[in-house]
Write a protein that binds this ligand. Structure first.
Ligand SMILES: Cc1cc2nc3c(=O)[nH]c(=O)nc-3n(C[C@H](O)[C@H](O)[C@H](O)COP(=O)(O)OP(=O)(O)OC[C@H]3O[C@@H](n4cnc5c(N)ncnc54)[C@H](O)[C@@H]3O)c2cc1C
Length: 294
């Protein structure tokens, strides 16, 4: 099928984008990589009178260091995130999660901002950003604001970005301590959306005690979720004393899965909590290897 007719805009600055969004409001939609929006338009699951293409807005692209952390422009392609040296060094969890997004053809066009703004609860980036206490940078004609990831994902496919606003960048805080990171998911086939997934970051003090725990989950609720029970149980433990399988089971209490044609809610809960345990074991093993403490 073809999309319903729309007026196409190709602005070159953020200022022009937000001015168009202010002018057309609910009738306008930003176009990033198009990997989710274009099929929806083509199948006429949605329609907008004005499509605002972000692909010529240079200031939205790129990865840069930011107070020891990292700032990633919303239009940075997922393929660029996957191969970026700053991301690999400073946000390893994002680096580990990226190859799980669809196939490389999709990652070549798909953007980090598009994935986060789309807010599919089975998507990898939203869970990683939530786990790492990332921040969304949002612009409108009246200025910019920053929204912590914990307040960004409001419900399925709904975020804090209003129709006259643009997500301009994502910021990730630094982890300046011995740390281990791991990501994995369960999908029916490679490249499919996850039935359940887990993103884990573990930080320790110099004595090897856990003083930072970040556990994000995807596919097991209406939005990405944090496994707060798991995080709480980990704090203060020596890495060597943490039993990942047992602690991972606590994640079942933090989930709110639905059943659909792909898997029952019960399957998602059980498989998801087993997965959290496995990914946690992986992250803990890396802390041990890196600081030799374990
Ligand atoms: C076959 C297939 C498999 C896929 N598998 C996965 C997968 O396993 N995991 C996964 O996470 N994704 C998957 N995707 C989706 C893919 O990652 C998309 O790239 C992503 O969901 C949207 O990013 P995009 O840049 O293509 O955004 P678009 O499709 O252009 O936009 C998506 C939505 O976000 C809005 N938007 C985009 N950028 C901004 C912005 N800067 N500010 C405000 N709003 C904005 C758009 O208006 C639109 O509503 C898959 C897609 C396909 C076709």
């Amino acid at each position: 099928m073809k999309p319903a007719p729309f007026e196409y805009h190709a602005p070159e600055t953020v200022a022009d984008v937000v001015s168009l969004l202010a002018e057309h409001g609910d009738d306008a939609k930003p176009l990033a990589g198009g990997q989710s929006l274009v099929p929806m338009l083509a199948m006429r699951l949605t329609r907008f009178e004005h499509i605002v293409d972000l692909n010529r807005v240079d200031e939205l692209f790129g990865v840069e260091s930011d107070n020891g952390g990292v700032r990633i422009g919303a239009m940075t392609r997922q393929a660029a995130v996957e191969t970026d040296a700053i991301v690999a060094e400073r946000v390893p969890l994002l680096h580990l999660a990226t190859p799980h997004i669809g196939h490389f053809q999709i990652r070549n066009r798909g953007t980090i901002g598009g994935s986060v703004a789309h807010a599919d609860p089975a998507s990898e980036y939203p869970a990683v950003i939530l786990a790492l206490d990332g921040t969304a940078e949002i612009a409108s004609a009246s200025g910019t604001r920053e929204v912590p990831a914990a307040e960004f994902f409001e419900s399925t496919f709904m975020t804090a970005v209003a129709s006259d606003e643009l997500l301009t960048a994502l910021r990730f805080p630094a982890w300046d301590q011995p740390a281990g990171f791991a990501f994995d998911e369960i999908a029916r086939r490679s490249g499919d959306f996850a039935l359940a997934g887990a993103a884990v970051g573990i930080g320790t003090d110099s004595g090897g005690r856990i003083n930072r725990a970040a556990v994000g989950m995807l596919g097991v609720g209406p939005t990405p979720l944090r496994a707060s029970s798991v995080e709480t149980a980990l704090m203060g433990l020596a890495v060597a004393d943490a039993d990942p399988a047992e602690i991972g089971r606590l994640a079942a209490d933090d989930m709110d899965p639905i059943g659909d044609v792909h898997a029952s809610a019960e399957y998602r809960r059980r498989a998801g909590s087993t997965l959290v345990g496995r990914v946690l074991a992986d992250a803990l093993a890396q802390v041990t290897t890196e600081d030799g403490n374990g």
